[in-house]
Design a protein around this ligand. Sequence first.
Ligand SMILES: NC(=O)c1ccc[n+]([C@@H]2O[C@H](COP(=O)([O-])OP(=O)(O)OC[C@H]3O[C@@H](n4cnc5c(N)ncnc54)[C@H](OP(=O)(O)O)[C@@H]3O)[C@@H](O)[C@H]2O)c1
Length: 349
Amino acid sequence: MYEKYMKECFELAKKGLGKTSPNPIVGCIVLDKNGNKISEGYHAKYGENHAERDALLKLKNGEEKDGTIIVSLEPCSHFGKTPPCVDLIIERGLKKVVFAMKDVNPLVSSIQKLKDNGIEVIYGILEEEAKELNEVFITNMTEKRPFVALKTATTIDGKISTKTGSSKWITSTEARDKGRELRKIYDAVLTTSSTVIADNPNFNNDLKILIDRTLKVDLKKNFFKTGKIIIVHDKSIKPEKTLGNIEYLPCSVKDNKIDINEVLNILFERKIMSIFVEAGGTFNGSMVETRLVDKIYHFVAPKILGDNSGKSAFDGRNITKINDCINYKVQNVERLEEDILITYKKAAE
Ligand SMILES: NC(=O)c1ccc[n+]([C@@H]2O[C@H](COP(=O)([O-])OP(=O)(O)OC[C@H]3O[C@@H](n4cnc5c(N)ncnc54)[C@H](OP(=O)(O)O)[C@@H]3O)[C@@H](O)[C@H]2O)c1
């Protein structure tokens, strides 16, 4: 019976997508003692009320007493930017707490406190969906690194451009709009010198990261026109030019390549919790090789290039056995007007 409401909680939670980092997204519903829905809430933005507080503070006349609160994540029991939700639930006299997944944050442990106060606790409702919803938060907490999503748009034969680099446009306007929408969910977009030089994109995000090992990209490119920019470069090269919105991030280089692991560690220390990679096949290939790409958004256009030397979406591997593939699982398939979007998540190793 709680599944229907839990699904509503997930929809509420999604309203906070892209705005709650480094916090999870959470949705909540309150039922009165007769099981009627009387309030709902969600965590709208980092620093603002948690979902439970948002839903409960809307109730002014005590109608929640002896009622049930349904939440997509275990209510918090510690002081963060806001006081513990568990205390408010106890104070407001709720009888039952239902949540989808336990919080992976070691500071959160509310079950015993709720039970000690005579509140029934039920959890594990649609747990897998809840985990998917908070995949960024779970990766941050358990692996201490940013969640990495990668977007690529290819022809049916997996090419992102012809051998001469012609790529505008493989997919339709609708697919490209969808790509922009997805990019907004993540804390930062990350791309490379080669892609900025070839395509001159803006990648309209608040925070943009450019991998420019030798600092060869002209700062007049569209990329630098908006947002805050971090340029990752070889630490042995000193930047000579800059703009007000640019920060330089010197990093180590191995085999003429920026050390991706080091970059991710530094970004995580700076509370950049999720990254959306939009690059060509060379960088994508290196990125998946690190096994740190958690999710792939693959737009497929119903076109065949049939050009052996056209550029692949993931380059650089030289393997002979199919068992050496890097494995993903299909998470979702969405049909757009002209193209399809397949979302994959990393398979367990
Ligand atoms: N269809 C799509 O979804 C899509 C998206 C983006 C781009 N593109 C296309 O992709 C093309 C560019 O692809 P590309 O393969 O030439 O370039 P890329 O993959 O975007 O970038 C590769 C470059 O990144 C630098 N790099 C630094 N550290 C690296 C590391 N650890 N691993 C790999 N590379 C590293 C190297 O340049 P340095 O030697 O300067 O360090 C390398 O040549 C463009 O034509 C663009 O249109 C397509």
